[in-house]
Every structure is written in C-alpha cells, then in structure tokens.
Design a protein around this ligand. Structure first.
Ligand SMILES: Cc1cc2nc3c(=O)[nH]c(=O)nc-3n(C[C@H](O)[C@H](O)[C@H](O)COP(=O)(O)O)c2cc1C
Length: 173
C-alpha cells in the first residue's frame, strides 16, 4: 500500500453476465493504492478518488449506456478504462471500439490507459443464431458468428485476467 502518497482509486464496473466484473476484480487486486470497488449502480461521491477505473461491456460497438452516462459526468479525473466484448482481437475492431469509448470522455479528464479483452457471449444470443442457422444452413455470416461465440466462450480466461493485472501495474502499480 502506498500510504505515503495517499492516492485513492475507485474500480467500478457495468456487467450483465459477469465477464467485466471478473476483469474488474482482477484489476482491483492489482491496484496498489488505497482502493474501493463497486458496481456502477453504487458509485459513491467521486471527489474522494484520484483515479477511477471504469469497466464496460461492449454494446453495439460502444460502451454500454450505464458507462456512457458515467463518463459524461466525470471531471478532472485520472481515468483507466477497461472492457469486455464478444469479438476476438483481429483486424481493427478493438481499436475502433476503444476510440469510440474514449470519445465519450470529456477533455478535462486524463486517460491513463485502456484495456479490452474478449468475454463469453450470452447463451441466449448463441441460441438465437443456432435457430437462424437451422433455417439458413449455408449462411456464412451466421456460421462466422457461431464460430466466434465458440471461441469467446472460455473468456475472460486466466491469461486475460493476468493481462488486466499487468495493465494496471503499468499505470498505477
Ligand atoms: C445486447 C448485446 C450487444 C452486444 N454487442 C456487442 C458488439 O457490438 N460487439 C461485440 O464484440 N460484442 C458485443 N456483445 C457481447 C458482449 O459485449 C460480451 O459478451 C461482454 O463480455 C459481456 O460482458 P458482461 O458479462 O460484463 O456483461 C453484445 C452483447 C449483448 C448482450
């Protein structure tokens, strides 16, 4: 604990199916300042905190609405962003998502870093695609979606959580 500097960090997260919550807990473990963790619905008065680490799940290529609302209210904070999404890290998609999320943050804040990793996709969505494939067995889009769901199903895994911890150590370790 860096008692002598008295930096205080809040880790908060928005999570429907616990992927982002798992990453938040790994990040909280790795934070080496005074610290608190809470769900986004329980965010306390932020004036007590020097650093706010905010976790989102990706909804239609951007952060979920709860995180959007929080980002709009932030002022003069050091911010760490982290998120989970169903897509795997190929091509430019992760970069594009990060950029869109960062655009929600007002300019008077300081972005320290941004971490994104894959998270399993809600089984109801997988079932939805499986039904569609029955009606349209050769549809390449549906096949690719289901392949991605399969690939995402083990995430966030131990390596993702370690990567999240390493990420924190780089910025506030
Ligand atoms: C309504 C909905 C929209 C989603 N949109 C995207 C998306 O645009 N891109 C993506 O890669 N994953 C998308 N996902 C997958 C989630 O971002 C992913 O499963 C995430 O890890 C869920 O995090 P959570 O368990 O913390 O809720 C979506 C999931 C849902 C339920």
């Amino acid at each position: 604990m860096k008692e002598e500097i008295k930096i205080k960090t809040l880790v908060t997260y928005s999570s429907l199916t616990n992927n982002t919550k798992k990453v938040a807990e790994a990040i909280y473990d790795a934070v080496d300042t005074k610290k608190d963790i809470c769900s986004i619905s329980e965010v306390p008065d932020l004036s007590d905190y020097d650093i706010v680490a905010i976790g989102y799940w990706v909804d239609k290529g951007n952060c979920d609405n709860n995180v959007k609302k929080l980002l709009e209210t932030l002022h003069s904070k050091k911010v760490l962003l982290f998120g989970t999404l169903g897509a795997s890290d190929i091509g430019e998609y992760y970069k594009d998502v990060k950029k869109r999320v960062e655009e929600q943050l007002a300019g008077v804040n300081q972005l320290l870093g941004h971490f994104l990793c894959q998270g399993k996709i809600d089984e109801r969505l997988t079932e939805h695609y499986k039904k569609q494939l029955k009606d349209d067995p050769d549809n390449p889009h549906i096949k690719a979606q289901l392949e991605n769901h399969k690939q995402a199903s083990s995430h966030p895994d131990a390596q993702d959580l370690q990567n999240a911890k390493d990420f924190v150590k780089r910025y506030i370790g």
